[in-house]
Design a protein around this ligand. Structure first.
Ligand code: DP6
Length: 326
């Protein structure tokens, strides 16, 4: 194991879950309550450079050109400690990370961030990890990062321990024209982050039913993806997202990520569907809506959304690649 003498730069794309991860069976190891399946997106990614340096007394972390204050660094430092432990080193590192998300997209995500950091830090530390091992490592930073190691459609196997919880590509080179339109209804910082929100949702009396439903959605979704059946893919993903969000409304105390524009977007998609277009919505831990559809219907969908949302609020994404080194 040799520590790299030059900076290692990794690039990872964000992903949107079609069957969601929403609940932890183990908070320390970040083991999820259920399997999840996502699509990695081409448009949104993070690049991260890591170099270990014997002169440093602590990790030096720069995020989008700004040095992170000490209290903002804890999650990254804890993650770097894991890498140091595995590489048997006590060296600290220069870490520089940039998020390439269209400034208006409001889709900045810990998924691409921790996937890129896992890739760059492991390689810089001289660890020679397989992609499965990288997905296990990224998981320790943020659950959704587990899936961002791979491109296309990806399944995260929940597992029951550190070893058995990892992601696996289902179809890395997606050869059919599935698209996701992000409707950016708000760029505000989320009030309840995903980590806190999923924990609070575990107080819902429906939480166990959510887990059952999510696990039951996995095989049908895999089949629908294999068959390239947009209507099955979309309807499973939409129903799954609504089941996830039902656990927020029924939590103690209750909360929701939706705002008025979220509901408006959902209604517009429903209208489009009754007009015969094949489009479905999904939402994560925030008010923005992602529309699952096919390339040849993107323009008609955008036309219908435009009176309500500006051009800068509508971003079209394709399936994207997994972790790469620059
Ligand atoms: C709604 O991966 O951000 O996007 O593991 O606590 O860092 P932590 O949570 P995070 O949660 C993502 C939740 C989600 C659904 C999903 O991506 O599957």
């Amino acid at each position: 194991m040799t520590i790299s003498q030059t900076p290692v730069i990794a690039k990872a794309h964000t992903n949107i879950a079609l069957v969601k991860y929403w609940g932890k069976a183990d908070e320390h190891l970040i083991l999820p309550t259920n399997d999840s399946i996502s699509m990695t997106l081409d448009h949104f990614y993070t690049t991260t450079s890591v170099q270990f340096d014997a002169q440093l007394a602590a990790d030096d972390i720069i995020l989008d050109g700004i040095k992170l204050p000490t209290d903002g660094q804890q999650r990254i430092r804890q993650f770097m400690d894991l890498v140091r432990q595995r590489a048997h080193t006590d060296l600290f590192a220069h870490i520089e990370t940039s998020n390439h998300v269209p400034t208006t997209a409001g889709l900045a995500s810990s998924a691409s961030g921790f996937a890129a950091l896992a890739g760059a830090a492991a390689k810089a530390a001289g660890l020679n990890l397989t992609r499965r091992e990288l997905s296990q490592l990224a998981r320790r930073g943020s659950g959704s990062a587990t899936r961002s190691i791979f491109g296309g459609f990806v399944q995260w196997h929940a597992g029951h321990d550190d070893e058995s919880s990892f992601a696996e590509p289902l179809d890395e080179k997606v050869d059919w024209p599935i698209r996701m339109i992000a409707i950016v209804v708000s760029q505000d910082e989320k009030k309840i982050g995903s980590r806190h929100g999923m924990k609070q949702s575990q107080t819902s009396p429906f939480f166990n039913d959510w887990v059952k439903q999510a696990n039951a959605d996995i095989d049908p979704l895999r089949t629908a993806l294999l068959k390239k059946d947009i209507n099955r893919v979309g309807s499973i993903a939409e129903h799954n997202a609504m089941c996830m969000h039902a656990t927020t409304l029924s939590a103690t105390p209750p909360f929701t990520y939706f705002n008025g524009d979220t509901i408006k977007a959902m209604q517009l998609i429903n209208d489009l569907r009754s007009l015969g277009l094949n489009c479905y919505y999904t939402m994560d831990a925030g008010p923005n809506v992602k529309v699952i559809c096919l390339a040849d219907e993107v323009d008609a969908i955008l036309d219908h959304l435009r009176p309500a949302f500006g051009n800068d609020q509508l971003v079209v994404a394709k399936p994207g690649p997994g972790l790469t080194y620059l």
